[in-house]
Design a protein around this ligand. Sequence first.
Ligand code: PEP
Length: 290
Amino acid sequence: MESTAWLTDYDAAILPIRLCAFAPWRLGVKFFASDTMNKERKLIIAGNWKMNKTVAEALDLVRGLKLELANIKEVDVVVCPTFTALGALSKEILDSSLRLGAQNMSEHNFGAFTGEIAAGMLKEFSVRYVILGHSERRQYQKETDELISKKGLAAHAASLKPIVCVGETLAEREGGKTEQVLETQIKGSLAGFSKDQMPETVVAYEPVWAIGTGKTATTAQAQETHAFIRGLLTKMFDETVARKVRIQYGGSVKPSNARELMSQPDVDGALVGGASLEVRSFSDIIKNSI
Ligand code: PEP
């Protein structure tokens, strides 16, 4: 064929490749990819690794997450390792969008508090978030709402974002006391927080009966409780503030239930325990949530 013809030999040879570029399944993928959830607030999904992983294991996990989640922009992804892994992970996440969280901190800035860690020390490792008042700490370390509020205020003073955990026990839910318990915990744990600090505060609703048990709140239970919490925040602060606060759900979140939970209008992310310990399950939770 002449080079002046509308289709050269070269064009004819690569035509199938060009057609593939516009193939219907490509359009399908594009359509599917744009079918993301339209959330009012950016999702925040945090992995609470609890007392698991050596430094080497923590590095392996984060390296895997970096590969799996390299293109995820729709979710703030936070990993909360043990204190001993923070130094190594702070370097490893530098070239990624992963953020570091701690699992606890002291309400004090320094001094004779053996075994404690201050907010300023966490900041040295680029920690951005800190989980406060997890039900395990409320149960085993007898942490009170008053203490959690002091820690939260110390976190804010150091520009750390607290993830404040609340949640009822099974007996409290079955006794019809869920809202009463949550109101007490939220008013106490957020006591003294200013309106300006609230958008930088995350509330994690974690029904104690759903943590590590494999039992998940139904989507209806989660939405109803999250809406109750947002209503409470509206009364404590105002509607504009309440609409900015991200409320995570926690309690046996896994890849199979993440999408349905995250589709609820007042569910703005997840605090994940067991399923955050493996690259596959944690990254699938994140991918299934968008
Ligand atoms: C947690 O401990 O915060 C938690 C939600 O754990 P799991 O996901 O294992 O239930």
